[in-house]
Design a protein around this ligand. Structure first.
Ligand code: ATP
Ligand code: FE
Length: 407
């Protein structure tokens, strides 16, 4: 179990009191005057409590419209799922149910706020494991309804993509249109982002995600998950200082020249290699395989990214920023490879590569609160009866939002 605690600031609390007073004025009139409420929110600081429980992390956080992270609580479940070799849905649901109340309590305490100071509540609406999503969703809906706060359900992958708009230094915030590579446990997506809610899918995976293949190869090599999970364990294993590492060759990038990813063939190659080897492998041999896998996984991401940029350039779209997010974006070897690939692709005009900080690459509720912020501040809220979307195509976010809107 691990907790990440964010910062707070006296400045934000001053502004916060202004908004709280205004919000409580509106609340006194039982939110009859939504227009007045929206006006208040548009002018003043807006503070969001956000919940995330789409997979195996129970998360709660407090974020403000002035780009401040007041708290960030993440309760991990790696120890519960390692024995199953992956996320066990029932175990995950039960752990979310146990952990969510404490996560919310700590998020408020770390932010030094009470529910009265919270202007709106955001939660992950999808995509994700249905039963897991329902834990965060029910908690958020009940809190919002009981306390008469506005509510917004957020697309989990949109939230991964928008994180750098919160965390990048003010002079390096990615500008639309930007290209985004979302690499996580459930997705491998190359997208063109033209606004906070508009994402065109340039490429997706034909089979499994890059994160899942990291998880499977870590298991094939018998690595223990540690506190950061199998993908990070594999990255650490590749860095092991070993005197003798055999040459195991390299694995090719599938579907050359096609804007599509494939990772199951990569992890199957490792599986076949292991099946064809006599007796237990030496540690050097396992390190060699791990490195060959990581190298091929990164090479595929680099090749498909530059192919995507080439295709966009043919349409006269030349993004200045590439945003890379999701759990696999915390891999430092990959970060170096992507930088080198962009420098080769565009040696004269630098394309900026933007990542969230390491702790905000994997799941967190900060990103959920931030992805809801533009809707909160424009008064575009969801109804308390909003449904979940366990499967949710990122290119349909705007349509889904307008169906769920109460404003
Ligand atoms: P999705 O975001 O698609 O719904 P998820 O939320 O389960 O899936 P994330 O929390 O965003 O996924 O990312 C988790 C994935 O990232 C796991 O597959 C994990 O192994 C992988 N991962 C985490 N750290 C690293 C790392 N350092 N190197 C490679 N992979 C990593
Ligand atoms: Fe995720």
């Amino acid at each position: 179990m691990s907790t990440i605690i964010g910062s707070s600031s006296r400045h934000s609390r001053g502004l916060h009191r202004t908004c709280t007073a205004a919000v409580s004025f509106v609340r006194k009139s039982h939110l009859k005057h939504w227009a007045a409420f929206r006006l208040v929110c548009r002018r003043a600081l807006f503070t969001v409590l956000a919940l995330e429980s789409s997979a195996d992390d129970t998360c709660a956080a407090v974020v403000t419209s002035s780009r401040q992270i007041l708290s960030n609580v993440v309760v991990k479940q790696h120890d519960l799922h390692e024995g199953f070799g992956g996320i066990h849905p029932t175990v995950a649901i039960e752990a979310h149910q146990r952990n969510m109340p404490g996560a919310v309590r700590r998020a408020l305490e770390n932010a030094k706020l009470t529910m009265q100071d919270i202007d709106g509540i955001a939660f992950t609406r999808g995509p994700g494991i249905g039963g897991c999503l329902s834990v965060g969703s029910n908690a958020a809906k009940c809190l919002a309804a009981a306390l008469n706060k506005p509510l917004i359900g957020v697309h989990h992958m949109q939230a991964h993509a928008l994180t750098p708009l919160l965390t990048a230094p003010a002079d390096r915030i990615p500008e639309f249109p930007f290209i985004t590579l979302l690499i996580s446990g459930g997705h491998t997506l190359l997208l063109l982002a033209t606004s906070q809610t508009s994402f065109d899918v340039l490429a997706t995976t034909a089979d499994e995600s890059v994160g899942r293949s990291f998880d499977k190869v870590a298991r094939l090599l018998g690595l223990s998950w540690g506190t950061r999970g199998p993908g990070a364990a594999l990255e650490d294993f590749c860095r092991r200082d070993i005197a003798s590492v055999p040459d195991v060759g390299s694995f090719p990038v599938p579907m050359a020249g096609k804007l599509a990813f494939s990772y199951s063939c990569l992890h199957s190659s490792i599986e076949r290699y292991l099946a064809g080897t006599q007796g237990p492998l030496t540690e050097g041999h396992r390190v060699a395989l791990a490195r060959a896998f990581q190298d091929a996984a990164a090479r595929q991401l680099c090749e498909k990214l530059t192919l995507g940029l080439e295709r966009l350039s043919l349409r006269n779209i030349n993004p200045r920023h590439v945003v890379v997010s999701g759990g696999v974006a915390s891999n430092l070897f990959l970060r170096t490879r992507l930088r080198a690939a962009l420098d080769v692709y565009s040696p004269d005009v630098r394309i900026e590569l933007v990542f969230p900080p390491l702790e905000l690459c994997t799941d967190n509720a900060v990103m959920i609160g931030w992805a809801a912020m533009h809707r909160f501040t424009s008064g575009d809220y969801d109804d308390y009866s909003i449904d979940l979307r366990a499967k949710w195509d990122i290119s349909t976010i705007s349509d889904a939002n307008s169906c769920a809107s109460r404003a």
